[in-house]
Each structure stands twice: as C-alpha cells, then as structure tokens.
Design a protein around this ligand. Structure first.
Ligand code: DX5
Ligand code: ZN
Length: 223
C-alpha cells in the first residue's frame, strides 16, 4: 500500500476552516490530522472535541486525532463521540497505556501510541502487538512550524527493524517538520504516514503540495 498523507489542521487558516476542509476533501490527502493540546503535557493549548466534531460534519476522510494531553484516559470516549477514527496518545502522559489502548479499541476507534523525541523505542516494546499506529514525534510537541530533528530517521529504522522481527505491521506516522525536503528519506527509513502542517497549509498551492507529497516514492530514489 502506498503511503498516507495527513495534513495537520494546526497550520490551517482558522478564519477559513470550512474552506480548508473543502480544499482537503478535494485533495489527495488521506487523513485529517488534528492536534489536541492541553497546556499541561505541552506548553500550548489548541482545541478540543467541538473542533473535531465540526470537521466530522465536513468530511468522510479519516480523522486522526493526536492527543497531547495529560491522562488521556479521561477523554477517550468523548473524542470518539466527537468523531475521531484514530486516537493517538502519548506514552509519557499516562501510567496506564494498556488500559488506554483497550478503551480506545472498545470505543470503536483505532489506537496510536506517540513518542516524544527523547523517548526511546524500548519504552513501547511491550505495546507493539496492541496498537494500530506508532507516532514518532520529529519535533518536541506543542507547536507547528518547527525544525525536523534528524535523529528521527534512525529511530524509524530501529522501530521498523523491531516490528519486522516480530512480524508486525502497524502504521508508522512521523509528525513534525515534515515536507517535500525529507519525505523521501522518511519513507525509505520505514514510515508510511506523513503528517504535514506548515508544509501544506503555508504553501502557495496546498492541493498540489499534497499531490507532490503523495507522489514521493522510495522507487524514485537515486543512489
Ligand atoms: C506538533 C504537532 C504537529 C504539528 C506539525 O506538536 O503534533 O502535528 O502540527 O506541524 P508542522 O508540520 O508545521 O511541523
Ligand atoms: Zn500532531
């Protein structure tokens, strides 16, 4: 299966959200990536369930909700009720990761586990059988438009090796500082879902940028 593009609405024009949704719907974007921030787990506050619900009413595409909140177990059912298809939470934000994954699955959504740049793959090795997606943060979460942390490439390779050895195939999503300049390297390392905020919404022609991100392929690599 070819890779997936998940534009992050954090970089959208908030005065034109209906227009941004129309644009994404007409584009080759696979998912909407929605960044929920609580001002505790990360220094920033973004938006919550009502915002998710708003986009649910505007699209049939997958809503990929990235919870950057402390104790995500408190809010799983309400984000599912709001329309989330995929719910990712941070391993650093809870002492009960298994239970959170279970409650996401019980709600009917797919479950993702996210890791900050400083968190090693080893921290989730006991969860790999249970999740539908692993989100590797390639910036410190909290803000869009930050610089990609290069070491993420090595982390993707490490994760991919562990997954292959265990015959597992969850999505590997990379989030932060992703764009046309590094998409190929990320895919080659083993990622298959690319989140792109600024690279899409701050570009001259977001629909064409999404199409270009979609066309980036390992087969086009020149060695
Ligand atoms: C960062 C968020 C990202 C962010 C990506 O905390 O999780 O999804 O919106 O934005 P860019 O692509 O601009 O780095
Ligand atoms: Zn995100």
């Amino acid at each position: 299966m070819s890779h997936l593009i998940a534009p992050s609405l954090l970089a959208a024009d908030f005065t034109q959200l209906k227009h941004e949704a129309d644009m994404l719907n007409q584009s080759e974007a696979d998912w909407y990536h929605l960044d929920v921030m609580d001002g505790m787990f990360v220094p920033n506050i973004s938006f919550g369930q009502m915002f998710i619900k708003f986009f649910r009413s505007l699209t049939d595409k997958t809503l990929d909700v990235h919870l950057m909140i402390e104790k995500p177990e408190r809010y799983i059912s309400s984000f599912r009720d709001a329309g989330a298809d995929m719910i990712s939470f941070h391993i650093e934000a809870t002492n009960h990761a298994h239970r959170v994954i279970q409650s996401i699955h019980n709600s009917g959504a797919k479950a993702g586990i996210a890791l900050n740049p400083q968190t090693p793959i080893a921290a989730i090795k006991h969860l790999l059988e249970d999740v539908d997606m692993i989100v590797l943060m390639s910036v410190n979460p909290g803000f869009g438009g930050q610089k990609f942390i290069y070491e993420t490439i090595l982390k993707i390779q490490e994760l991919k090796e562990v997954l292959t050895a265990r015959n597992l195939n969850p999505h590997i999503e990379i989030d932060g500082g992703v764009g046309l300049q590094n998409a190929e390297a990320l895919l080659k390392a083993g990622a298959n879902v690319l989140v792109a905020g600024s690279a899409v919404f701050k570009s001259q022609d977001p629909v064409s940028t999404i199409a270009q991100l979609k066309r980036v392929g390992v087969k086009n690599l020149h060695f």
